[in-house]
Write a protein that binds this ligand. Structure first.
Ligand SMILES: Cc1ncc(COP(=O)(O)O)c(C=O)c1O
Length: 387
């Protein structure tokens, strides 16, 4: 089997992730920060270690500014719904995932003004297109770091600089880049950074989070939920300090034990090693697909400017049929359709049918990529001959 659906959820994970989760289940198991006994203290220590590793990866000085959530979607909702008020203006790009678009559309119905900066048909953004949309009431710029459809990397630090110059908060959705592309919240002028734990960070599903930069006034970022935190239990109002203000209810501690181990694995391997490996495989994949006469490959065709997500179609056959046949006849796992990103597919011209997406991780090998190309070439031949 060849797994090329890592942009949805990565699989396989480093061995260390499994070890950390099994250890938690067998030896710790308790609720972090709620009780004073040794197991509760150990659970809290594991959680704090995961915060420290996350902070190190994204160059955050204070690990308490990492807020853990269930996934990137919850973190995006926390940031957007927590900051934006009626009559505020927000700018986003035309390559966004619905986890940004849908909360924005809902907020629009509640009186928030929304502008969408057009990206190119290859999925790239000219920072000037953001700058042109800035108004007096612009409160936030939000965009993904890389598209989950074309893998195209958006100019985060240039847009971040523009946001700083205009004193506007900048929210980045790193679901597709966290763990496989270098991110530094200070260098990239990011105020709020969303990460998804179960993709390139190698955590299990049910993990993700929001990093709250120094420029964000937590009095102006309302929590999405309130409740028990294990701290200040004498008060019936929510604590006002990080991360408890945004982390009510028992966290997914076993999942975060796994996420912490996944991030430590990334730190040990080195993000540049991971990026170099993925670029090499992406280069082979794009070129191999382009060499098949019946395929159309989307995006910029330049591995330096994209992640390991590559979308394509084969003339004369629907994307869903390609994906079913890749699974059934070749045991290749991919994702098909609109990838929760109708705006991105409109931008690249593949709406409403969508495309087939192959997405690489650090654990894929050159042999798997060669075999994938050979299989797609064979499938294209079969289709041509009505087989
Ligand atoms: C760009 C982007 N943003 C957000 C998400 C949502 O991530 P999660 O599943 O962690 O909520 C995804 C998931 O595919 C994504 O690709």
């Amino acid at each position: 089997m060849i797994y090329l659906d890592n942009a949805a959820t990565s699989f396989q994970k480093p061995k260390e992730v499994e070890t950390a989760m099994v250890k938690f289940l067998r030896e710790v198991g308790a609720n972090p920060g709620r009780s004073g006994h040794r197991l509760s203290i150990e659970a809290a220590r594991i959680l704090y270690a995961a915060r420290e590793s996350t902070a190190e990866l994204f160059n955050v000085k204070d690990p308490l500014r990492i807020v853990f959530c269930l996934n990137a979607t919850e973190a995006i909702n926390l940031a957007l719904c927590g900051i934006l008020r009626p009559n505020d203006h927000v700018i986003t790009s035309s390559m966004e995932h619905n986890s940004v678009m849908r909360p924005l559309r809902r907020l629009e119905q509640q009186g928030v003004e929304l502008s969408i900066a057009q990206c190119s048909p290859e999925g790239f953004l000219d920072p000037e297109n953001i700058k042109k949309l800035i108004k007096k009431n612009t409160a936030l710029i939000v965009m993904n770091h890389a598209s989950n459809v074309t893998g195209s990397i958006l100019p985060v630090s240039q847009v971040g600089k523009i946001a700083r110059e205009h004193n506007i908060l900048f929210l980045v959705d790193s679901a597709q880049t966290g763990g496989c592309y270098p991110i530094d919240i200070n260098r990239d002028f990011i105020d709020l950074l969303v990460f998804s734990g179960h993709k390139n960070l190698f955590g299990p599903q049910g993990t993700g989070g929001l990093i709250i930069g120094d420029r964000v006034d937590t009095k102006k970022l309302s929590p999405l939920k309130t409740g028990g935190t294990g701290s200040r239990s004498e008060h019936e109002v929510q604590p006002d300090f990080l991360p408890d203000i945004y982390e009510s209810g028992t966290l997914n501690t076993i999942g975060l034990a796994g996420l912490g181990a996944g991030i430590r694995f990334i730190l040990e391997q080195g993000i540049n090693t991971i990026r170099a490996h993925e670029m090499k495989l992406t280069h082979s994949l794009i070129n191999g697909l382009k060499d098949i006469p019946e395929t159309i490959v989307y995006g910029g065709h330049d591995p330096e400017k994209q992640t390991g997500a590559v979308s394509f179609n084969i003339n004369g056959i629907s994307p869903s049929e390609i994906s079913t046949r890749l699974d059934e006849e070749y045991e290749i796992m991919c994702r098909v359709g609109l990838h929760c990103s109708p705006a991105a597919h409109k931008t690249i011209g593949t709406f409403p049918d969508g495309a087939v997406r192959l997405s690489i991780s650090y654990f894929n090998t050159p042999e798997e990529i060669s075999l994938t190309i050979k299989s797609i070439s064979e499938l294209a031949d079969k289709i041509k001959n009505n087989l």
